[in-house]
Ligand binder design. Structure first.
Ligand code: GTP
Ligand code: MG
Length: 141
């Protein structure tokens, strides 16, 4: 999910391009505002932490661009492209290293496990919004 700072900074296309060029398959995407209720579900694991309120405020502060990417090891590959949470520790070439300065404004969220991906996809997408299709290029990836 491109967070509100990524949308405001005009980085949706840059970020989509990186996942596309990696060879992952986009099966769902939409620009949307996140309600407080959805934000609380999404960040349930962080409830009680000192930055929890800031997270809720931030993710509801403007539109996000939610995406579902499919592929072998998609969760791990996406996390690798995104980079570590703290921009100082993110490896050069990752999204957070290349474009983010502060941990609070780190541009993008990526699910951290297959189970969490399934959980989070259900929070933001209905089944009809996910598209099943073949890409002819797949045999070369
Ligand atoms: P997400 O993909 O956004 O979930 O990031 P992540 O998986 O790399 O980090 P994590 O789930 O641990 O934390 C969620 C978000 O909370 C991060 O993206 C940061 O914006 C914020 N965050 C995490 N740890 C800290 C922290 O120690 N301090 C502050 N201020 N923010 C934090
Ligand atoms: Mg996380």
């Amino acid at each position: 999910m491109v967070k509100p700072d990524g949308v405001q900074r005009g980085l949706i296309g840059e970020i989509i391009g990186r996942f596309e060029r990696k060879g992952l398959k986009l099966i769902g995407a939409k620009l949307m505002n996140v309600s407080l209720e959805r934000a609380e579900q999404h960040y349930a694991e962080h409830k009680g932490k000192d930055f929890y309120d800031m997270l809720l405020n931030f993710i509801t502060s403007g539109p996000v661009f939610a995406m579902v990417w499919e592929g072998d090891q998609a969760v791990g590959l996406c996390r690798a492209l995104i980079g570590k949470t703290n921009s100082l520790e993110a490896a050069p070439g990752t999204i957070r290293s290349d474009f983010a300065i502060h941990t609070n404004f780190n541009l993008i969220h990526g699910s951290d496990s297959h189970d969490n991906a399934e959980r989070e996809i259900k929070i933001f997408f209905s089944e009809e919004e996910l598209v099943s299709y073949d890409k002819a290029i797949q045999v070369w990836i």
